[in-house]
Design a protein around this ligand. Structure first.
Ligand code: ADP
Length: 182
């Protein structure tokens, strides 16, 4: 077989990261060992009404990975396959927590392969983080479940600090809204 000339082995890890969790971090730390470059790609998804702005999410991720030279952080819009191709990526990286993730991810991966001709590589979630999700974390914090020690099992300190900041701000906003109503 003739040798094919391949460029650097780049992968894109797309997600909402609203906010980044210890589960995401684990996938990034393991994934970066498999590729020359891993681009953590933050989806600017207005339909989802994220708690954190794209800028906030990018900043949190940059704070976390600034000392890892082969991890880049970028925002994107539109189809992951288009972004991956634009980056010259050979693969899309995704994490799988359970059967529900797998079912959904198989459909996405199939579309990305059939339509976009981009492969998807899956890493299984570390069993420590199998139940960790950004949605769950937001629910806990929105219901006032601020307990630093417990939250730090789910998110890194910089994210915990931003969640707290957001909680205080939202609380103040809710109190102000209550005051104007009366
Ligand atoms: P999306 O809206 O694209 O699912 P997320 O930010 O929720 O964005 O997830 C991005 C990727 O990270 C997905 O592949 C998801 O399966 C994976 N992921 C999310 N939470 C975890 C976790 N706790 N452990 C491993 N992978 C995870």
């Amino acid at each position: 077989m003739g040798k094919q000339r391949l460029g650097p082995n780049i992968a894109v890890f797309p997600g909402t990261f609203d906010p980044p969790t210890n589960g995401h971090i684990d996938i990034i730390q393991r994934g970066r060992l498999l590729f020359d470059e891993l681009i953590v790609a933050v989806l600017q998804n207005p339909e989802k009404e994220p708690l954190f702005t794209t800028e906030d999410r990018l900043e949190m991720l940059r704070e976390l990975f600034h000392d890892m030279p082969n991890v880049k952080v970028a925002a994107f819009d539109g189809l992951t396959m288009d972004f991956a191709r634009k980056c010259g990526a050979r693969a899309i990286l995704r994490g799988i927590r359970d059967g529900a993730d797998l079912r959904f991810e198989m459909q996405l991966a199939n579309a990305n392969l059939m339509v976009g001709e981009v492969e998807t590589v899956f890493l299984l979630a570390n069993d420590e983080y199998i139940l960790t999700s950004s949605t769950l974390i937001k629910q806990i914090v929105e219901m006032g479940g601020w307990d630093k020690r417990r939250l730090l099992r789910l998110v890194p300190p910089n994210v915990a600090a931003r969640l707290r900041e957001r909680l205080v701000r939202n609380g103040r906003r809710a109190r102000n809204a209550g005051a104007t109503k009366r």
